[in-house]
Write a new protein. Structure first.
Length: 199
């Protein structure tokens, strides 16, 4: 995938939309790879993160709740909850010029180069798309091409945020490490082979 970081955000947003659109109505309470959060909470967290990026860029309203303490209640249809957040983030990043050296973001160090900022929002959306898909027993929309394109952003962001936004990196066997999706997830502290407890 040779898309720009801005195109990458579009791909990641589409991955998250597709993951949410396919969730069975009775699956929102299922456990996910995000420890202690169910599928509905991961959705609320992912939407909140995108709103937080938009708010930092525009000064507009951010998420109504702490994205790191998401509610288990879905007060609206899932797609309706997600759509405004993705639209807000896409619109906010559309106003950021490539090459801008300092762009505000909602995570330390709170300003990063433009390409890192938009990559961070894309990384967040794509990984949570994987969380939701695997938790509900469906194919992951986090493709090898998307994972490979997101890896440089993950390498730039993960170490300063270990213990806050990312868990410690996991070691993989050499054959597993060659898989871009598994390698990306393990770098962020997620088990690529995670399956639902009741699977």
């Amino acid at each position: 995938m040779t898309a720009s970081k801005w195109d990458l955000l579009d791909h990641a947003h589409e991955a998250l939309r597709s993951a949410v659109d396919g969730v069975p109505a009775d699956a929102w309470g299922r456990p996910t790879p995000c420890d202690r959060w169910n599928v509905g909470q991961v959705l609320r967290h992912a939407a909140g993160d995108q709103l937080a990026y938009a708010a930092r860029l525009t000064g507009g309203p951010g998420p109504a709740e702490d994205p790191f303490a998401p509610s288990a209640t879905l007060a609206a249809a899932p797609a309706e909850l997600l759509a405004p957040a993705l639209e807000a983030a896409a619109e906010a990043f559309a106003g950021v010029a490539p090459g801008t050296p300092e762009v505000p973001v909602p995570l330390p160090p709170f300003t990063v180069p433009a390409e890192t900022a938009v990559g961070a929002a894309a990384l967040d959306a794509a990984v949570h798309a994987w969380d939701i898909a695997v938790a509900t027993g469906r194919p992951s929309p986090l493709t090898p091409a998307l994972a490979a394109a997101l890896r440089p952003t993950a390498e730039a962001l993960a170490e300063p945020l270990r213990g806050f936004a990312y868990a410690p990196a996991l070691a993989l066997a050499p054959d597993a490490a060659a898989d871009p999706v598994g390698s990306l997830l393990a770098h962020l502290g997620r088990r690529p082979d995670w399956t639902p407890p009741d699977a």
